[in-house]
Design a protein around this ligand. Structure first.
Ligand code: HEC
Ligand code: HEC
Ligand code: HEC
Ligand code: HEC
Ligand code: HEC
Length: 189
């Protein structure tokens, strides 16, 4: 009798317990990974601003609004005053533009929700990448087709490194540029 209880614990309970522990660790690991990975994240924004309309149909240049892309680390999201260059006139009776104008008149910044974000301990700079001729679409997808911006590609370390090591296979048109660095302190300064 005693023997068979021990036998039961070792042969049946223990393997199941171990399986459950491993399975739950694995699930939590991948779930938190997916959350951090961020692909598919597409938050609602305070104003229904459409890239498809502005950057696609109206063909406004990305840099008209994202002035930092060639010069600095951050691309920068434009201030309301940039929108008002046109919207003191264009569609000023539409509800979304009335909302926009209220922010402007009150001198308030629009609380745009951030879509893409690498953790603070990792260093990324737009200017280096953009000045080497890497197009926005390589990392952000077809923004000119998006009514609402969502994250299209993963910015995990593995993904940064994959491009740094294989840039010439991935983007054969850019055969002349250097590979990206893969030593740790390039991105962890
Ligand atoms: C008229 C101004 C304007 C133009 C032109 C414009 N954008 Fe934007 N962009 C914005 C605003 C405002 C936001 C923040 C709201 C949002 O995410 O939709 C934004 C957000 C983004 C984001 C997401 C930022 C984040 O939070 O991570 C990306 C990526 C982006 N734009 C890329 C582009 C690209 C690529 C082009 C050119 C093809 C472009 N934009 C043209 C105004 C503009
Ligand atoms: C270079 C001029 C220009 C700039 C800059 C611009 N827009 Fe527009 N926007 C337009 C035009 C033109 C339309 C109307 C297009 C149409 O319906 O024919 C429009 C339409 C819109 C609409 C849809 C309005 C409706 O209900 O029909 C919204 C919302 C909007 N813009 C928000 C913004 C925001 C937010 C910014 C700043 C980040 C911005 N726009 C910057 C020209 C501009
Ligand atoms: C090599 C990949 C890559 C390319 C190319 C790239 N981006 Fe980004 N973008 C990122 C990453 C990574 C982030 C998040 C950066 C962070 O959290 O500091 C980001 C964030 C942004 C943001 C959010 C605001 C900010 O300043 O961080 C905007 C807007 C943006 N990108 C626009 C653009 C535009 C416009 C272009 C093309 C001219 C472009 N990006 C090209 C990878 C890229
Ligand atoms: C589409 C390919 C591509 C992706 C994706 C990419 N990079 Fe790069 N990166 C490059 C290339 C190419 C260079 C080398 C440019 C040169 O030195 O001429 C570079 C250079 C760099 C540098 C060196 C900059 C300097 O100041 O010398 C850093 C840091 C960097 N990348 C960080 C990142 C991070 C962090 C990510 C992910 C969030 C990332 N990169 C994603 C292609 C890429
Ligand atoms: C091309 C840029 C780049 C290089 C080179 C790089 N990293 Fe990272 N690293 C990142 C980014 C971006 C993240 C944050 C995203 C993530 O967690 O994948 C990160 C995250 C990390 C983390 C946190 C991981 C976690 O799961 O929480 C550690 C630890 C780390 N890196 C160590 C290193 C070491 C050690 C090296 C050198 C062998 C290195 N990194 C080289 C970009 C880089």
């Amino acid at each position: 009798m005693k023997n068979s209880l021990l036998d039961y614990i070792l042969r049946i309970r223990l393997p199941i317990t171990i399986f459950v522990i491993i399975a739950s660790f694995t699930l939590t690991y991948f779930a938190s990974r997916a959350e951090r990975d961020g692909v598919g994240y597409m938050p609602d924004q305070p104003i229904n601003y459409s890239h498809k309309l502005h950057a696609g149909d109206l063909q406004i240049d990305c840099q008209y609004c994202h002035v930092g892309v060639e010069k600095s680390r951050h691309a920068i999201v434009p201030a309301v005053s940039v929108c008002m260059n046109c919207h003191t006139v264009a569609r000023k009776d539409s509800p979304e533009i009335i909302k926009l104008t209220e922010y402007y008149n009150q001198g308030k910044a629009l609380p745009w929700k951030r879509v893409h974000k690498v953790p603070d301990y990792a260093y990324f700079s737009h200017s280096v990448h953009v000045n080497r001729g890497i197009d926005c679409t390589v990392c952000h997808g077809e923004i000119t087709q998006m009514e609402k911006v969502g994250q299209m590609s993963s910015f995990t370390m593995a993904n940064c490194l994959d491009c740094h090591r294989n840039i010439h296979q991935k983007l054969p048109d850019l055969a002349g540029i250097n590979k990206g660095p893969d030593y740790c302190w390039a991105c962890h300064r």
